[in-house]
Each structure stands twice: as structure tokens, then as C-alpha cells.
Write a protein of this length. Sequence first.
Length: 134
Amino acid sequence: MKKRQRWSTIPGCSLEAALNVIGGRWKGVFLFHLLDRKMRFNELSRLAKGASPRLVVNQLRELEHDGLICREVFPVVPPKVEYSLTDEERSLEPILISLSDWGYAWIERHPFQKPHLVTDSPGPISPPEAPRTP
């Protein structure tokens, strides 16, 4: 059986097209953290806790192929690779920030399922401050 290409079929609607591009276990996380600055492969790998290096590479390659990130290879030993955003991805910035805000609000509404939030992780937005009680 021939392996299906990512874009071998026409998306049924615009939402399906968008999710085909940014959908994936770690793509949104990578895009969100790249809003702030350029990052190297190992920095992005650390964000994807439990993901194999192969999965991280594949997701980054797909984002590069779709024109959302730029991969810059420096001719040094050991190899140095930096990832940054393209202008096209910058158009996703308000969407990613809104998704992040929605995620924090969802976590606050579901305290029984609240995962550990890393508040000192790099990124353009930190979790909202919880009201302090005396």
C-alpha cells in the first residue's frame, strides 16, 4: 500500500486545512515558543517532554515544509541549527496567544485535572496570577 502524502487530498473546509498545518502533538507548542525568539533544536526538544528526537525532527520538518518556520544551519563543528518564524507564521500569533489564554482558563476551571504548570518556562506569556486570599 502506497504511503499517503500529507497534502494528497484537498481539505474539506478551511478549519481542516488549518489543523492539517498546525495540528500535531508538538507543533503548536513549538510555534508558540518561537514567537519569543529563535531556538535551537535541543531547546525545542526539551519542550516536547517524552517525545523522541525523530518525532521532534518530523514535526519541525513539516512546519518548515509548510512555510511556518525557517531552519538556519551554521557551518560549524559541532553542528548548530536555529529555528525561527517566517512572516506567514507571524499571522498565527493572535491565534496562538488566544489558545494559550483559553488553555490557562480551562485548567483553572478544572482543578481536579490540573497538571503541573511550569511558570518559569520560556515563552511570551506566563500563567495568569491567581487571586491571593489573606
